[in-house]
Write a new protein. Structure first.
Length: 157
């Protein structure tokens, strides 16, 4: 019969035999538009590329309405269909100005790969200003469409 020490030693040996060190890694960033299901769907493709291990942002800390700088850059690129390509310097200058104006606030900070990651969120004043700006742009677009197509009764849908 095995002693507890023998059992622990055998278990440690078996685990060591199964342990693999990452050869090539890929970082997954979970958010509303990229879920665990989406991650599972791309695993075969990543494997074809030679990716041996994936790792992810701390998904349990993700908060709706809060985004870090490079996430904002990716969202702007996606939303604009690739027409707007922000550079980090441009974004962080704008975020500093918006923070000074009270339109965004730092939600939280964390260290990822020895780098500070700061998450921003709209303040109530920022939400109000964004809604007003969206309404202004919609009104301008509606006026432009009416000039281009005078028969268009309601403007933009």
């Amino acid at each position: 019969m095995s002693t507890v020490e023998d059992l622990l030693q055998k278990t440690a040996q078996r685990l060591a035999q199964r342990q693999r060190f990452p050869e090539s890694t890929y970082r997954l960033q979970f958010h509303a538009g990229f879920t665990f299901r989406d991650a599972c769907a791309i695993v075969p493709y990543l494997s074809e590329l030679g990716i041996t291990h994936c790792y992810a942002s701390p998904y349990l800390q993700a908060r709706a309405g809060s985004q870090h700088g490079y996430g904002i850059i990716a969202d702007v690129t996606e939303i604009s269909g690739g027409r707007v390509l922000l550079r980090a310097g441009t974004l962080y200058t704008a975020l500093d100005r918006l923070k000074t104006d009270g339109l965004v606030a730092v939600d939280r900070e964390e260290i990822v790969e020895n780098r500070l990651r700061r998450y921003y969120r709209l303040t109530p004043g920022g939400e109000k200003r964004l809604a007003a700006e969206a309404a202004r742009l919609h009104a301008n677009a509606t006026a432009a469409m009416r000039r281009l197509r005078p028969g268009l009764a309601g403007g933009l849908a």
